[in-house]
Design a protein around this ligand. Structure first.
Ligand code: SAM
Length: 244
């Protein structure tokens, strides 16, 4: 991946300032909260979050929070991206599925570790912007698709890791079926749209899954055939909220 400024030396003041803020984000928001996997820390160091934000919020790129990206959706908080990627226990080179591409930022972090990433986004305008941001960084190992990711992306299955960046009432059966044996799936799950549990499923056999509760989180809803339907949605869930 080209780093900001690497093709246009000398490095601009803006790039220097973003690089410095990225370093302090890793120290204060990521490492300090217990993310230790060197592959994850290196990936977070490599991906410029500012490249996935609209111009008007670019200066907030290293704030410790999710940020609006349009269409009522958010780019995830850096810490939650790092924690979810660490929970996937990647070693490098895996075939990974992400549901909820949003801005494309988490897909870029995954792509810095995995062999290749398939990411699915329900909203076409966001899928297009995510694909453009990923292409602008020269990332060739990410495929962005528009569609209902609650049904996964069967054409690419099986996946060694699956991560869902939106909260659903349960883990979709389609996603379980598309997970390779030995693979890990990380997703926010809960019958309450205001709060979910971040869970990890490890496929231990054809029909066997080990279940772990990792933390309590709050994500935007997974909307689709195996998620929430539009009529299920609470009217008072503020768009774009997400936190641990
Ligand atoms: N990973 C993203 C990033 O790094 O910017 C953040 C994802 S945002 C918290 C959740 C995304 O899930 C939203 O963009 C939303 O449109 C998407 N989403 C919700 N339901 C979906 C579905 N059934 N299939 C695919 N994407 C979905």
């Amino acid at each position: 991946m080209a780093s900001p400024g690497s093709e246009h030396p000398p490095v601009s003041d803006d790039a220097t300032s973003f690089n410095a803020r990225r370093e302090s984000m890793i120290a204060q928001q990521i490492s300090a909260r217990g993310v230790r996997d060197p592959l994850v820390l290196a990936a977070m160091r490599r991906v410029p979050r500012e490249a996935f934000l609209p111009e008007r919020t670019r200066d907030l790129a290293y704030d410790d929070s999710p940020l609006p990206i349009g269409c009522g959706q958010t780019i995830s908080q850096p810490y939650i991206v790092a924690a979810m990627v660490e929970a996937l226990q990647l070693k490098g080179g895996e075939h990974v599925l992400e549901i909820g591409a949003g801005s494309g930022y988490a897909a870029a972090v995954l792509a810095a570790i995995a062999g290749d990433v398939v990411t699915v986004e329900r909203i076409g305008a966001l899928a297009d912007k995510a694909a453009a941001a990923l292409a602008s960084l020269g990332l060739r190992n990410v495929q962005v698709h528009q569609g209902d990711g609650s049904r996964g992306w069967p054409e690419g299955a099986p996946y060694e890791a699956i991560v869902v960046a939106a909260g659903g009432p349960q883990v979709p059966e389609s996603l379980k079926a598309q997970l390779a044996i030995g693979g890990r799936l990380v997703m926010p799950v809960g019958s309450d749209q205001q709060a979910q549990r971040l869970v990890r499923l490890t496929r231990t056999g054809d029909r066997d899954f080990r279940f772990e509760h990792l933390s309590d989180v709050r994500f935007v809803p997974l909307i689709g055939d195996e998620g929430w339907t539009a009529s299920d949605l609470d009217q008072d869930v503020p768009a774009g909220t997400e936190s641990t």
